[in-house]
Design a protein around this ligand. Sequence first.
Ligand code: ADP
Ligand code: MG
Length: 634
Amino acid sequence: MSTETLEFKTEVNQLLDLVIHSLYSHKEVFLRELISNASDAIDKRRYESLVNTELIRSSEDGKIMITADKVNGTLTISDNGIGMTRQEIVKELGTIARSGTTEFLKSLKDRDIKDNPELIGQFGVGFYSAFMVADKVTVISKSALAKDDTAIKWQSEAKGDFTIEDTQKPAIGTDVILHMKKEEENFIDEWEIKTLVKKYSDYIAHPIVMEVEREKDSSLDKSKKVKVKEEEVLNSMKAIWLKDKTEINEGEYNEFYKHISHDFSDPLKVIHYKAEGTSEFTSLLYIPSMLPFDIYFDKFKTGTALYVKRVKIMDNCEELLPKYLRFIRGVVDSSDLPLNVSRELLQNNRQVDIINKNLTKKVLDTLGDMKQKEADKYEEFFKTFGKVLKEGVHFDFNRREAIADLLLFKSINTDKDKFIYINDYIDNFKEGQEEVYYITSTSVAEALSSPYIETFRDKGYDVLIMLDDFDDIIFNNFEYKGKKFKSVVKGDIRLDNKEEADKKKETTQKYKKLIDMIKERLIDDVKDVRLSGRLKDSPCCLVSEENALDPAMERLLMTMGKEVPKSKRILELNPDHPLIVAMERVFNDNATSERLNESIKLLYDQAVLLEGGKLKDPAAYTKTVAKLMAASLG
Ligand code: ADP
Ligand code: MG
């Protein structure tokens, strides 16, 4: 087949643009990325040859070869891994298959990522990092899965397109040839390469080999030296997780994290843990310090890498940790699983279940420890990953209280920059208080000015402020140590003492006729009208029934295009508010007064606005308000 020219997808061009023009400060990571790809390819070939017996060519010992050619100005990274077919090479090196990529890259452009390269670190520039140092990259690959003997050549100068053509390559695997930029030729230096491999890729389990020139005694004349070329293995291949904790320093832990995560920033926490007994495994887990931009997307790669007896099985094994801990990165090395363990087998495997249980406990315990001993660091963790962790309250029934213990909340009585734990909230229950009150809101300020908390504040009750979209789904019906969570925007609220309750009965009697009339007028919009137990300063509010969907949740679902059953709300009135008192007076004078009628409509519209809803007829509302304002101004 002749040469074909194909365009990069938009997001690839965007990424290349950032990589080439903004990432100067971290150029050297290109080698780490290419070696990491070579190593992955070797692991994949080995794994496939065990699991997928259709694979024609079996695996040989993995080897990564670096060839520095100063004469031609090229640096080549070769592997004998799985290789790529024509189709694969077009897809893998021409597109980016991560949800939200375009939005993320766009958002980066506006910021100064030259000073904050770690922002792109969370993306993992991968293969494209080659273009930081090379103005042309040639990839020659022969797939272990190919039926015939052809190889494929991919080539690009990162100017919007790439070419592919058939070619010849004797061995299976991939050569990545970097035609180095003039100013980056220092990377072709033997010593430089050795240093970089030691620094970033020492843990790679396959030998990274380079041909080096050595001076040796001549065999003919012992007094003379001759130059010979020899292959030298540059990495120690030691699995860091198998070393003893005391043998590893922080720098090594951090470098390994960067190697597996492709992150540019240091991790927030290292969890190095060996399990012995019913299950034998070693794990080296990390809590990153930055939130991956795509963590809320379905396609987000969950899970740590899985090794069996030091051999890598896969990069992201979803079964090792629950989804609500998907921010954890790291490796798990099991001694019990078979080497040819398939993905299907992992799903219902007792050993895997035990590992999952163990690791979950270990991570939650570590977080608990951090919360106690490193409060500031914990707060930092929680601000980044708390929302993800919180999912566990909903999905992990058995650990829901343990997870709730780890959550930080804002509340109406908590200082602006502070958080409280659920335990503290319960310790400060008012006498007779039985439920944990919460309000869902988009900001603390909004919650604090909400009419729904007026009486709570007045009577000295605290109310938790829930700021994340899905909080109501998580906490509606949640019970913590026998205490039920209750949303202050739903159901009836009774905070009155006996005396107040008696008085309320009386007031209800007094307002009965007015309430009945309002109910009749608003029959299409509300389900019921009643006097409120939660209002202090506002005249009215709308509330949902105890088990109804939270109004904020309703709106969220609607913006997501979901069908939401329309539920009518209950209109609550504050009998102590001058407006309600006045309405009652007018009602007694003339129940059919046009002004009273207008007031009822306005009252309802105000309640809709207060809960953050949209008016059905904003024009009519404004007209009436303007009329009233004009009248009051004389
Ligand atoms: P990642 O490694 O995170 O998937 P990269 O940008 O580093 O992302 O690489 C993209 C893809 O290109 C890899 O997933 C792999 O499928 C393919 N690839 C890159 N280098 C090689 C290689 N040396 N051998 C086989 N496939 C490779
Ligand atoms: Mg990669």
